[in-house]
Design a binder for this molecule. Sequence first.
Ligand SMILES: [Zn+2]
Ligand SMILES: [Zn+2]
Length: 412
Amino acid sequence: MDLRVAQNCPQCGAAVVLTETARLMTCSFCGTKNYLQSSGPFRYTLPMGQQRPPITSLLAPYVRFKGTIFLVTSRGIEHRVIDTTQAANPVPGLPPSLGVRPQAMQLLRIDQEGEARYLPQTLKASVILEKATAISNLTAQAGKDLYHRAYIGESLSYIYLPLVAKQEALFDGVTDSRLIGFEEVAGYPLLGKAFAQDWRVRFLATLCPQCGAGLDGAGDCQVMTCANCQTAWAFGPEGLSGVDWLLHPGDAATPLYLPFWKIAAHIPVLSIDSFADFVERTNQPFLPRPGWGERAMSFWIPGVKLRPKIFLQAGRQATLGQWQFKPVAGRVVPNLFPVTLPASEARQAVKLILAAATASPRRVFPYLPQVQLADVVMQLVYLPFIDKGHDWVQPETGVSIAKNILQWGRSL
Ligand SMILES: [Zn+2]
Ligand SMILES: [Zn+2]
């Protein structure tokens, strides 16, 4: 479930509610459109009543992860959707998880005003996610039958729990329940640190860095487009960065274009340079055609959030059918579906799509731990889909995505 964040419009001050992953904010009162610029994950706090925590409070960090954990094992590819909020500081007495509390209340973005102190995040997100994997019974062991593990995140953020010190004890600032006596946490540093400047989120005008025109994008998009100069821009740690984008044209009546991240790469350990190499090494039930030896191998990762099974299927089919695409320079046409999976997450999915696309797991899975990508080139390619009743279907490759699933991916 998506969390909700209370936010004031930086222009007029009106109260706006955003989703936790929203990168674009349009104020319905003054019409101002901004994007949220941040160098790392967003940081929120639980409110105390409807209030901000008092300026002197101590805040304890929790890692919030929502997404899918994939394991490639000798049994195949397993996956589990994880939605968890786990304590990231080992001070005894902290609730190990925030449970459903973040979903029940509107979160507040932390800012540098006030003198709140933040307990450091001492447990790494990766360790916390591994714990979450264990909880979910995905128990394959590295070195035995586990060949690869990947987390494809939909959101990773930090949520702080306000703590209140009174009566010689720490109290949960939201529920006012006593967590632990001071004497039991005597050995733990409880001073906390000040707000770090690189946590700051800036609200910036959505103007094209190239031509200055207004950019288009949905609230949850990861890439905005400029209809004036036909460019595409992704949110990066340093600001908007240009995306090399293409479009495989459908006919004029094409009702939907879906984005895929095309990741061209060589895989030295499997001697895969070309698409023909890939077809041979992964033992596909068809022979390479003339010209496939000169076609650089690329992996096609859906640029939208999808259920794990559909995500793997769509990536596999687009990757196997890549020789049929004839993309041209990207241009803004009607019916471009927003990119909701960022390039960084797509990159995490390459080994998964390699595993999903192989016809001979035994020839490929054992090499996955050694697989490194070389000469990587990333592009965004929009593919046309046609309306087949309940499904959107990509005519060249047969990639089929149920209409309600595409909706699900956006609202999850
Ligand atoms: Zn406003
Ligand atoms: Zn422009």
